[in-house]
Design a protein around this ligand. Structure first.
Ligand code: AMP
Length: 302
């Protein structure tokens, strides 16, 4: 099953307690595509400027990531700069230079229109809907969003959510979107808006999945060294959707496995700046860490 991702491809400048990375490869679509490409072919739709070099493109090459939908526009590539707190649990955006991203109008190449899984990265909900208008009945539509759109374009976001099967957001966003402080109530309210599956990301506290029949909780891996959390959410989404594409179904049990696979990929992402760790990952390492997750939560009955 092929996957279509639409989102940002960026240069990131990141400061964490471990150091600083200057104008390195980032963007939601970049993290998502590389993570998902471990499981299934990915069609990437985004925009970069004429300063986006062969060195950055090399990250996508040699993997099943199709770049025909990566538009090159005159101007500079989107640039995001962030600084993390000492405990890595919060970050400030220092600057956002939209550059060519400001005028991004996603154009889905004809060859991508039959993609079976679609991931709408965190962009204007109006653009997310325009993407859906250009594809033919995907089996699963997954979506990310953020406070900026929840507050700024609530009506447009509601219209998009009505067409979404899986929503992946963090706990704060779930509360804002639903107006409910309690996450169980928030999930119920959000599922009434459209997405029948809700994945609530809680950073170092793991993930909650609200599915058809039940709720599932997965921890984040307790890691001794975390270098840079940037992109962990998008990497989670890539592992989650990639896994669904590889097993070709979305039962409750499969969704739970996909959550653990997303968490597995995200645990690698944070071990280095940018996509550095994701790009050196082997399938065997992915499998081994998935098993570590299983061991982490296994316990005997009383
Ligand atoms: P995450 O850490 O999963 O929230 O994703 C961080 C990535 O999102 C970075 O690589 C940024 O380049 C990208 N990003 C930051 N702000 C925006 C924005 N307003 N729109 C799209 N992508 C963004």
């Amino acid at each position: 099953m092929s996957i279509l991702v639409v989102g940002s491809v960026a240069y990131d400048t990141v400061e964490t307690p471990s150091g600083r990375a200057e104008r390195v490869l980032g963007g939601s679509a970049s993290f998502f595509a590389v993570a998902a490409s471990y499981f299934a072919p990915v069609n990437l739709v985004g925009v970069v400027g004429d300063d986006f070099g062969e060195q950055q493109l090399a990250a996508f090459r040699g993997r099943p990531i199709d770049l025909a939908g990566l538009e090159r526009a005159a101007g500079k590539t989107f640039h995001w700069q962030g600084r993390y707190s000492q405990d890595l649990n919060s970050r400030d955006t220092i600057r956002t230079d939209l550059n060519v991203f400001e005028f991004f109008q996603p154009k889905i190449p004809a060859a991508y229109r039959r993609s079976e899984l679609v991931f709408l990265g965190n962009i204007d909900p109006v653009l997310q809907r325009e993407v859906l208008a250009q594809v033919e009945k995907p089996r699963v539509v997954a979506c990310d969003t953020m406070n900026y759109w929840i507050k700024g374009k609530p009506e447009e976001l509601r219209e998009t959510l009505a067409k979404v099967d899986v929503l992946l957001i963090n706990d704060q966003e779930a509360r804002e979107l639903s107006g409910e402080w309690n996450l169980v109530k928030a999930a119920r309210a959000i599922r009434r808006m459209g997405p029948q599956t809700l994945v609530v990301k809680k950073g170092e506290h793991g993930v909650l999945l609200f599915g058809h029949e039940s709720c599932f909780a997965a921890p984040a891996l307790p890691l001794e060294t975390v270098i840079d959390p940037t992109g962990a959410g998008d990497t989670f989404a890539g592992g989650f959707i990639g896994y669904l594409a590889s097993v070709r179904e979305t039962s409750d049990a499969t969704l739970r496995q996909a959550v653990v696979m997303g968490s597995t990929l995200a645990s690698f992402c944070v071990e280095a700046f940018s996509l550095d760790r994701l790009l050196t990952l082997t399938r065997m390492q992915v499998g081994e860490r998935y098993a570590v997750f299983q061991a982490l939560t296994r316990f005997e009955s009383v």
